[in-house]
Design a protein around this ligand. Sequence first.
Ligand code: SF4
Ligand code: ZN
Length: 327
Amino acid sequence: MSDGVLKNRFRHHLVIMVTVSCGHCQGEAVLRLDYANLDLCGRCFSRLFERRVARANREFKMVRPGDVVAVGVSGGKDSAALLYVLHKMSKKGRFTVKPVLVDEGIAGYRDVATKKAEELCQRLGLELAIVSYQELAGRPLDDIMKLRDERQLGFTSCGVCGVLRKDCLNQAARKVGASKLAVGHNADDVAQTFLMNALRADVKGFERFGVVSGLGGQEKFVQRVKPLVYNLEKECALYCVVNDLPFHLGECPYSVEAFRGQVKDFLNAVEQRHPGSKFNVLQSFLALKSKLPAVVETQKKAGTCTVCGEHSSSAVCRKCVLLESLA
Ligand code: SF4
Ligand code: ZN
């Protein structure tokens, strides 16, 4: 996608304000952060974005020197920003970055997005490892959804995709010898998941969900970290535009089914009227999580699935239950 097209898409945030100065360096501002009442140039915005990643890394003890970090990439803006910033930090932080991509098997979407991920990896001189639902589940997501409709099974596309992706990413991370798995969940994603759990009264989901998942040192489960937790979704897109990173803007055709989409629209509307609301939801989530030491005990007890041998908190993991219903 050309610069012109990208800038046109993000013109609401990327208005070139010739008369406005950057609030940090007095250079020419190219974007505005409403919640902070702050205009910034591209360079100062990039630094702010990267400082937030470093802060998340420090506060939550995510990546350490010597770590091999598998980075889940999709071709989208969040994971493009994540890979770029972690790759940039890797020399100084003395860790290694290895991009991994999950091919869900969604015709017309995955192939285009994968090309963007490959383009970025090539630019950074990194080898991209690809794993697929076809390998893991014996079928692409398109076929699974056809089966669901034929058999009138009661799961959603994102429900099944979430279960398979987690497993795929974990196996891919192990395959590349990773000690950590970094995923591109941003502040919007965390705030949305927190609200979705609240709206469903899903206390277990709340307990399971965190900025760092798993204790580390578990044989089958690669500890999962979310270094973008302090950056908003639109900031990930802006970071990609400012740093000229290739990414795919198209949406997954199944995303219309998602409950998450409704929660996202709600949060966006609230943020527009009350800038800073998303960060407030995020802070509420983090404050509540910090008061829950019992979660660690739950994770400690997690064992392995009796069917596939992968990490699971129940006798049969959710992926195996799902595959059984498709057999
Ligand atoms: Fe999977 Fe849903 Fe994301 Fe599509 S929108 S890739 S179905 S989780
Ligand atoms: Zn299993």
